[in-house]
Design a protein around this ligand. Structure first.
Ligand SMILES: CC(C)(COP(=O)(O)OP(=O)(O)OC[C@H]1O[C@@H](n2cnc3c(N)ncnc32)[C@H](O)[C@@H]1OP(=O)(O)O)[C@@H](O)C(=O)NCCC(=O)NCCS
Length: 393
């Protein structure tokens, strides 16, 4: 039996629970690596399709392998008709993350390999999930606005096709490339809450779709992927605020968080935030809407100053801080922002699910089963005396 390690109520910070070959973070130096490659290199030179292949396969593809992988994703974009029809009966007020979380099991029951537990069939399922999650998100956005879902445009990139299927407008190539870079940046992040949720679920030998459903639930929270939606709400609230620094000061004085700042692992600038900051500025300039970048930078400057004064010098902008203005400039509504995170992180989730199921980084699969200290009512090992209901009236 394994030794008992006592690390309670610290959200598993600093507790290593598994080995992984998929990604690596150096939180002190602000370094993120996927399968050996620095995130900066991938953001500048790779694409989401190539990065997804890298995460799932473990190595960069050659031209033929990349073309074949991309063709498989493109071919898998067709979401079963019963799901699209079903969406039309759902309340238009439903949050896109809830809709996405509800749709993943529906995609699962339509997957012919749902319970085929080979690596190959799990990879096929991963490809279908990567292909279909953006289609479901775009379809829901249209259906809730009283519009028909659009067929994919297979001449566009993964990101470009999402923008098209969401808006019905052929995207500006630079914007589509920027969204593709966002997808590269969000694709994996070691044992973050949602990835851990996916791995924990499939450690029970549940199928990939069950794991991904749990991951979407974990991602939706405002301390994780939901933070980007909170950031845009903050920007909307502050767009005509004359005293941004005063608002930040007050927020911290009230023990409230500045969303999009701070990180459980990074103790310096999140390496992904640098790209998103540059993108927010560039896109803003191009569209003549620089005020969102200016407002974000003003919040950042004020917050860093306040954190400094409070001795909290490790709290810096994270990936969600500048992704929010970037997505807003791309015409993505606040409540869709976390789904963009999901349509990227699905690549990492699936890679981790496969690694967990097939013990690709450890000797053999292991069911996660931590312990908790019981601090509740206790009457001894014989248990408390049970009083019948009538006697308790
Ligand atoms: C992500 C996050 C949960 C990581 O937190 P963590 O490293 O576990 O640290 P804690 O939440 O315990 O915070 C440590 C201290 O810094 C403060 N802090 C952390 N992030 C903060 C923020 N964004 N704004 C204000 N204070 C913050 C906490 O209030 C806490 O202060 P205390 O010690 O006086 O109680 C946290 O930074 C946060 O809530 N950020 C905002 C949400 C967000 O952007 N999430 C997306 C992450 S990618």
């Amino acid at each position: 039996m394994a030794d008992t390690v006592r690390v309670k109520n610290i959200g598993l910070r600093g507790v290593t629970v598994a080995d992984t070959k998929i990604s690596f973070i150096d939180g002190e130096q602000g370094i993120l690596i996927y399968r050996g490659y620095r995130i900066e290199e991938l953001a500048e030179r790779s694409s989401f399709m190539e990065t997804a292949y890298l995460l799932l396969d473990g190595a960069l593809p050659d031209r033929q392998e990349l073309d074949a992988f991309t063709a498989r994703v493109v071919a898998a974009r067709q979401v079963p008709e019963f799901i699209l029809n079903n969406l039309k009966t759902w309340p238009a007020s439903a949050h896109p993350m809830d809709v996405l979380q509800a749709c993943v099991p529906l995609l699962g029951i339509a997957d012919p390999e749902l319970r085929v537990e080979t690596r190959e069939s799990n990879l096929n399922q991963a490809i279908r999930l990567i292909a279909r999650i953006p289609v479901v998100v775009a379809a829901w956005h249209r259906v809730r606005n009283g519009l028909e879902p659009l067929p994919p445009d297979n001449t566009l990139t993964h990101a470009g096709n999402f923008l098209w299927q969401m808006s019905g407008v052929k995207p500006d190539p630079e914007m589509a490339r920027d969204l593709d870079v966002c997808l590269v940046l969000h694709a994996d992040h070691t044992f973050n809450a949602s990835t851990f949720a996916c791995r924990e679920v499939v450690s029970t030998r549940a199928h990939m779709y069950a794991g991904v459903t749990a991951g979407i639930g974990a991602l939706s929270g405002s301390l994780h992927g939901g933070a980007n939606a909170e950031v845009i709400k903050m920007l909307m609230r502050l767009k005509s605020e004359p005293d941004v620094a005063g608002w930040v000061r007050q927020q911290l004085a009230n023990n409230q968080k500045i969303m999009g700042m701070g990180h459980a692992v990074y103790k310096t600038m999140d390496p992904r935030a640098r790209f998103l900051k540059e993108m927010a500025e560039r896109l803003g300039k191009k569209l003549g809407r620089e005020h969102w970048f200016q407002l974000s930078s003003a919040i950042e400057t004020a917050a860093l100053q306040e954190f400094e004064q409070r001795g909290k010098t490790t709290i810096k902008p994270n990936v969600d801080f500048y992704s929010a203005p970037v997505y807003h400039l791309m015409g993505i509504t606040a409540d869709l922002m976390t789904t963009i995170f999901a349509m990227s992180r699905i690549a990492g989730w699936c890679a981790h699910i496969i690694e967990e199921k097939f013990a690709e980084a450890q000797g053999k699969p292991a069911l996660y089963r931590p312990e908790a200290e019981y601090v509740g009512e206790y009457c001894g090992l014989m248990g408390c005396a049970y009083e019948p209901l009538q006697a308790r009236d």
